[in-house]
Ligand binder design. Structure first.
Ligand SMILES: [Zn+2]
Length: 324
């Protein structure tokens, strides 16, 4: 996070503000932000912005003389935009969270990062070849034909959660949207890619494209002509991500989680039920929509929930992290 939809909307907002503008100065507040050593940051001063692109989850600001600024927001990095006010000093980099300020002729782009772990990064590189060294090379699913998606997915035998979030395989998909993609595709996060049949791969291809496309549209609409300010991995309209113990919007079963280190996967434990329901086939899963019911299937479900909670509480890495 921010992932493809968020980064795309950030880039569109930046295009409207800095494309064609000059970059006067970069003010670094955190010495850890800049990860490249080949070029001094002063190289960018006075250079015009000639392109803005997404590379995986990174934002690439192309400048004159083949210079590229590559910004990776990681989990908690965010942008804020301050319009230039004539005869007013440039805005200060915010104290605790501030990483850098990019002073353009049109305004200042502030880069902040919440929390104590400073993981966001900035690289300054010269030339397209050096830029591509930073590219993890994942497939752009929105531009990809089904055959390419299929080949990429089956290149290695991983759990679906791991395959979708691997930047070497797929571009711009992280923890939040992978949960949403899998829910929409009616697939379990721990299903192994080499165990998938053709129909399931088709569903995943469609589900990935629809999820990324729809969310980009939603976020674009939310930002409107303004600069995006509510960039978060947790949105109330999400089906399962960040909704542990809440009912799945498709079948009513409690959303479960697999927690490992700082990662959390949220998923509906009965993707098949949701699939049957969407096909309008009567299925026992509909009982779960009624939480007050005392039918045996609800009792059975709470048993499974308890088991799941116990398993989550144990320190064992989840199946998808063990690579089984
Ligand atoms: Zn469900």
């Amino acid at each position: 996070m921010p992932e493809l939809p968020d980064v795309t909307v950030y880039i569109e907002a930046l295009e409207a503000r800095i494309l064609g503008a000059g970059l006067e100065k970069i003010r670094l507040a955190s010495p850890f932000l800049l990860r490249s050593v080949q070029l001094p940051l002063q190289e960018v001063e006075g250079k015009k912005v000639i392109s803005l692109n997404r590379m995986g989850k990174r934002i690439v600001v192309g400048l004159e003389n083949e210079l590229f600024l590559v910004i990776h927001l990681m989990i908690a990095g965010r942008f804020a935009w301050k319009e230039l006010v004539v005869n007013q000093p440039r805005p200060k980099v915010p104290g605790k969270k501030g990483l850098a300020a990019f002073d353009f002729t049109t305004g200042t782009l502030l880069l902040t990062e919440a929390g104590s772990k400073k993981r966001a990064s900035l690289h300054l590189v010269l030339g397209e070849e050096n830029l591509q060294l930073l590219n993890p090379g994942g497939l752009e699913v929105l531009d990809a034909a089904f055959a390419d998606f299929r080949d990429t997915l089956l290149r290695e035998n991983h759990t679906l959660k791991r395959a979708l979030t691997d930047p070497i395989l797929f571009s711009g998909i992280g923890n939040a949207y992978s949960d949403e993609i899998l829910h929409r595709s009616r697939l379990s996060p721990i299903k192994l890619t080499h165990k998938m049949d053709e129909d399931e791969i088709q569903r995943l291809y469609r589900g990935t494209r629809e999820t990324l496309d729809e969310w980009t549209g939603k976020l674009r609409e939310e930002a409107g002509a303004g600069f995006p300010t509510k960039v978060t991995a947790f949105r109330p309209e999400m089906a399962v991500h960040g909704r542990y113990k809440e009912p799945c919007p498709e079948c009513g079963t409690d959303v479960r989680r697999i927690v490992y280190a700082s990662n959390e996967t949220n998923y509906c434990p009965r993707p098949d039920v949701a699939w049957s329901r969407s096909c309008k086939v009567p299925h026992p899963g509909i009982y779960h929509a009624n939480r007050s019911s005392s039918s045996s299937s609800v009792r059975g479900q709470s048993f499974f929930n308890r088991r799941e909670r116990e398993r989550s509480a144990s320190k064992r890495p989840p199946v998808w992290q063990r690579g089984q």
